[in-house]
Write a protein of this length. Structure first.
Length: 276
């Protein structure tokens, strides 16, 4: 969400502060205020009204990017893809647009198209560590660990202290079942990040579960429960924790919830069977 606000505020600052409500600038101002009040649907409508008032305005490419981000938040994924694609033509920061579209494509399971976008980002900006990291994830999705590790090494060579470099190193440790070293990296990220993502705690909890540090795992899972309640892997980890605590009923409930949310059915069934 911060990216939406930043772009709208930057754009608005370049306009007259006294913008009238029913003008191009006025609708942009209203959209920013709607975002501040978490009225994302109204914010999206306001941006669309601005662009309809002045369809040839050179700033519309930036508005389309923000509209796409809003639509993605609203789960209007087809519309978000259209907005990102339309924004690419004249956007002053095409790399940012490509990052947003590639991330959306990954969510939609359109990995080959996402790979093309990350390739384009790297062509335009060869030092973009995040693009190498995310392309590496896509290589792993294709079971191409060699190419993934090559991208992760590029992260290390380009910017050793970068967040995405650290994440790539932690991932390699996890793939090698070196959970202790992976945990150290996630702990470092959590301790050095102003507002750590719940995903970092979830990954550290996974490390703790796999090294039998159950009280620490429980603390991390409890800390992120409200943020990760739609994530099937949260329930897998909590189910494993409960299984280790000999609470088979609660563990089975968690594994069944993970399956309901889309976790691999075969793997879920194996955990459910262990909890009987």
């Amino acid at each position: 969400m911060k990216y939406i606000l930043n772009f709208l505020l930057l754009l608005f600052c370049s306009f007259s502060i006294s913008a009238q409500t029913d003008t191009y600038n006025g609708w942009i101002d209203k959209s920013a205020k709607f975002i501040e009040n978490n009225r994302l649907d109204s914010a999206a409508v306001a941006l669309q009204k601005a662009m309809r008032l002045d369809p040839a305005n050179e700033n519309n490419a930036v508005l389309l990017l923000n509209l796409g981000i809003l639509q993605r938040q609203l789960r209007q994924t087809d519309d978000a893809y259209i907005s990102f694609t339309a924004s690419l033509g004249n956007n002053p920061d095409p790399v940012l647009v490509l990052h947003n579209r590639a991330s959306l494509l990954c969510d939609l399971g359109r990995f080959d198209e996402a790979m093309e976008d990350y390739n384009s980002i790297i062509d335009k900006q060869p030092a973009d560590v995040e693009a190498y990291y995310r392309r590496g994830l896509l290589f792993l999705e294709k079971n191409d660990r060699e190419s993934a590790e090559a991208d992760f090494r590029t992260c290390e060579n380009t910017d050793p202290g970068n967040l995405f470099t650290k994440l790539s190193k932690a991932l390699i440790f996890k793939l090698d079942d070196d959970w202790t070293e992976a945990e150290k990296i996630y702990t470092d990220i959590i301790n050095t990040t102003v507002k750590p993502s719940s995903a970092y705690y979830l990954n550290r909890a996974e490390c703790y579960v796999n090294t039998d540090r159950f009280s620490k795992a429980a603390a991390d899972l409890h800390a992120v429960e409200s943020d990760e309640k739609a994530n099937p892997y949260f329930y897998v980890l909590r189910g494993r924790l409960r299984l280790d605590q000999f609470d088979k009923f609660a563990a089975r409930v968690d594994f069944e919830k993970a399956k309901e949310l889309g976790y691999d059915a075969e793997l879920a069934d194996k955990w459910i069977e262990r909890a009987r």
